[in-house]
Design a protein around this ligand. Structure first.
Ligand code: FAD
Length: 398
């Protein structure tokens, strides 16, 4: 039976990052995923979400030697603009800017399309002789002993590993195999994700517009076909999101331009539309015998404040640090308990925080929407509070 140091279940952005990071440190890694990665923009199944990597995540991508492949495609995010459009008509009634220059000499983050991340990350894995990436193969089952795990693959292969990393998403097969439960909160919301072009330059400003149903967020991208471009995440109650998804392009463009309060001028659809269910979820534990759960296998949050994948990269970073400190103890109970203790409290805090922001953004009743705008104004106008909030959002200390 083949033996490796680490089996990674899942070749989403988190699993691919973990494979590159552990591979770069010399660990023997096998990464499997039943779905071959879609690495082009304009094809069926392309992941049109983008990821705004915040400063700590960018540092980790540097460490994993992935950043040199990504930096030329990244768009800086210099300002986070929050717009309250919760008045009786759809119009911006309050705009507050959070500037990265208030707390750092670097941008808040760097935005990259997920399909492009998959392309560059799989190319990086191909350069690493100690990393075997097998698309088209799933983890079928995991059996663990004190000293090792045996991973059964869908192609009939069986692999011995010192550590199994479950990076296989919100319905994680690894999590189920080791019997770890989850707490899930459903909002009845969906998010539309797509790209647009517009007439007004974005000037590296990411804009989140709150009305009801959830935020409408524009995140800067490089120009597309000679026009300024942004990625959009538009959250609405499920039925409304489905109605919008099914609209013909001219009606859809009209609806999204109105919902955007014209902040970037008229919006033109510049990609397919994709639609994502929104939940909040946390696993009861982030580990089992010889097994660590990371990313959406461990926690899911609504897409507000660019937290999801950034939290996931922090999981992988902690796990890697522990593995480097004591390579012989890779996958030991001591290592895995340390991982859990290091990540669980912070993740719990962020899951709760993002849940509150999402509920505030969904509000329908006018007095509550007015209270939300009042709260935004109060938080923004006190400088130390504003700076602390920005640091908290970034996940940086000090
Ligand atoms: C609309 C939207 C916008 C977002 N924007 C941001 C953002 O700006 N910043 C941010 O940080 N986060 C963002 N997020 C969150 C982020 O996209 C997710 O956290 C991230 O994509 C999840 O990655 P993952 O690798 O954990 O899971 P997935 O992408 O779900 O990958 C899991 C992989 O596991 C595979 N798999 C499933 N079963 C098996 C099995 N049995 N064996 C092996 N493999 C298996 C699947 O095929 C899949 O490829 C956003 C989310 C949404 C919905």
């Amino acid at each position: 039976m083949k033996q490796v140091d680490i089996v990674i279940s899942g070749g989403g952005v988190a699993g691919l990052t973990a494979a590159a990071a552990f591979g770069a440190e010399g660990f023997d890694v096998l990464c499997v995923d039943p779905a071959p990665p879609v690495t082009e923009r304009n094809v069926e199944g392309a992941d049109l979400r983008t990821t705004a990597f915040l400063q700590p995540a960018r540092d980790f991508l540097e460490q994993a030697n992935l950043w040199p492949r990504l930096q030329d495609y990244a768009t800086d995010l210099a300002v986070m603009r929050i717009v309250d459009a919760g008045g009786p008509r759809i119009a911006a009634r309050m705009t507050k800017d959070f500037r990265s220059s208030d707390i750092s000499d670097q941008p808040f983050g760097w935005n990259l399309p997920n399909w492009l991340l998959r392309r560059e990350m799989t190319a990086r894995l191909a350069e690493l002789p100690n990393v075997d990436f097998r698309p088209g193969v799933a983890v079928a089952d995991v059996v663990t002993r004190e000293t090792q795990a045996i991973v059964m693959l869908s192609d009939g292969d069986q692999i011995r590993a010192r550590l199994v990393i479950g990076a296989d998403g919100r319905n994680s097969a690894v999590r189920q195999a080791i019997g770890v439960g989850v707490k899930t909160r459903r909002y009845g919301q969906k998010a539309l994700a797509f790209a647009v072009t517009h007439s007004v330059r974005h000037e590296n400003v990411s804009t989140e517009i709150h009305r009801s149903g959830g935020p409408f967020t524009l995140v800067p991208l490089p120009d597309y076909e000679g026009r300024p471009s942004s990625a959009v995440v538009w959250m609405e109650e499920g039925a409304e999101a489905k109605r919008l998804f099914d609209l013909a392009v001219p009606e859809f463009e009209e609806a999204m331009t109105e919902r955007s309060c014209y902040v970037n001028g008229p919006l033109k659809l510049a990609s397919q539309k994709t639609i994502w269910p929104i939940i909040s979820q946390i696993a009861d534990r982030f580990y089992g015998e010889r097994t660590a759960l990371v990313a959406e296998a461990a926690h899911v949050v609504p897409p507000i404040g660019a937290q999801g994948l950034n939290m996931s990269l922090a999981d992988i970073s902690v796990l890697l640090d522990l593995a480097k400190q004591k390579p012989d103890a890779l996958g030991s109970t001591e290592m895995l308990q340390k991982y859990h203790r290091s990540r669980y409290p912070e993740i719990q805090l962020r899951v709760t925080g993002v849940d509150m922001l999402n509920r505030a953004s969904m509000l329908k009743a006018q007095p509550l929407k007015d209270l939300r705008a009042f709260g935004l104004n109060a938080l923004h106008s006190v400088t130390p509070v504003r700076k602390s909030l920005m640091k908290l959002g970034l996940g940086v200390r000090g």
